[in-house]
Design a protein around this ligand. Sequence first.
Ligand code: DMJ
Length: 468
Amino acid sequence: MTQIDRFVCPLFMLQMMKFAWDNYKRYAWGKNELRPLTRNGHIGNMFGGLRGASIIDSLDTLYVMGLMDEYNEAKEWVQTSLDLNSNGEASLFEVNIRYVGGLLSAYYLTGEELFKNKVVELGEKLLPAFNTPTGIPRGVINLGSGTSWSWGWASAGSSILAEFGTLHLEFVHLTQLSNNPIYTEKVMNIRKLLNKIEKPHGLYPNFLSPVSGNWVQHHVSIGGLGDSFYEYLIKSYLMSDKTDEDAKTTYYNALEAIEANLVQKSPGGLTYMAEWRGGILDHKMGHLACFSGGMIGIGADDGAPEKRQHYLDLAAEITHTCHESYTPTKLGPEAFRFDSGAEATATRLSDRYYILRPEVIESYMYMWRLTHDPKYREWGWEAVEALEQHCRVDSGFSGIRDVYTTTVSHDNMQQSFFLSETLKYLYLLFSDDDLLPLEDWVFNTEAHPLPIIRTNCLQNEATQDKTL
Ligand code: DMJ
C-alpha cells in the first residue's frame, strides 16, 4: 500500500483497538493482561497486587479514538474496582508509567475528578520508595507497608537509571494536581544528585547506589536500563513550556556524549546506538533503543541552531536503521547487531522475539509529525499488516517468538503497552496533526499524553480550546 487513506487507516486502528479490548474484556477483565491463546488473564508480579493494568493503560487510547462505550466501561471499573490498598511488591517504575501516567492522562483528557482522586491517592503510596540515604528511590516497593528494596538482579543493591530517571513528568503533574510540592521536590533531588556526580566521558551509567550516590558499574545504554531517562530530560523541558533550562542543558550535554561515544555507522551505512561497557563498545541495539529516533527528532528544534538539521538527520537515520531491522516478517527482533557481518539483524536465537513493542512505530509517529515524509506512514502501515498477519489470533493479539520465520509461534501475551502505546501511536500516525498536537502535549514513556504546563494563562486557554 503506498497511498495512505486518511479516513480508512485511523478507522482500521480503531478496529484493532476494539478487537484487543473486547477480547481482554471477555477473557481477562480486571486482570493485568490478556493471554489470548489460552483465553485467560495474567496478573504477573510487576504491579504489587494492583489489577487492571490493561484497563488503566487503555483509558486514554479509547477516549482519543472515540470508543466511548468502551471508555465508559473502563471508567466504571476504575470507580468500582480499582483497589489501591494492595500489599504486594511493585515496580515503582512500572506503576508510575502505567498507572500514574494512565490516570493522569485520563484526568487531563476528560476532566473526571475520579481519576484525579485516584492518582493522588496512588502517588502518596509511592513516596516511601524515596526514603534512602540519597533520596534516590529503590526499584521495588510494597504499596501497603511502604517498605522498599532494590531488584535482586541489580548489582550491589543499585537503582536503575531508566527507573529513577523516569518519574519526572508524572511527579511534576502530581504536584500540580495535589498542590503538594513534595513530588516535585523528590524528582528535583534526583536531578541535583545526577548533576553533581562525575560522569564517565559525560555518560550516565545504568546502575547507581541509592546509599552512596555513586555509580555501581559502567554500563551505558540508550536501550533497556537507560532509555527513558534521556527521554524524560527533553520531555521535562518541553512539558515545562521550555522554561526548565536545567533539563535542557542536561539533555543536550548527554546527547553530545552519546554521539561522541555510542553513535556508530555500520559497514553497510546504517547509523546505530551501540552499548558502552567501561569504554568497550558492544555493537548491539535493542528494540527499546529505537524510541531514540523520535526523541532526537522532538529535541532537534531546540538544539543549538547549527545542530538542528544535524539532529533531525540523526533522528531520521536511527529511525531508518530500526525500520531495516523489521524484516522479513516486517516485525523487529528484541535486539539486533552490527558485528560479524550482521547489519541490524538478531544473531542470537534468544533475541529474535517481538512482544508487540511500540518503539519503532513511536519514532515513525514523531518523524511523520516533524517531516511529513510519506515513508513514515508507509512503514507504519507495513507494521499494521504484519501485526494483523502474524500477531492477530482468534482472541486478541499476541507477541511472537521469532521474527525471522513466517510460521510463527505465539507467546500468548497481549501486553498492556500494546493498547496504550503501539495502537495509539499508529492511530496518531494516520490522523491529522491536530489530534493531541505536540505543541500542547508530551507523551510519557507509556504514551500517556500529559499537557504542557503553561506559564502564560492566555496560552493555557488556547490549549483547552484545542483539546479533543
Ligand atoms: C513500555 O512499558 C514503555 O515504553 C517503557 O519505557 C519501555 N518498555 C515498554 C514498551 O516496550
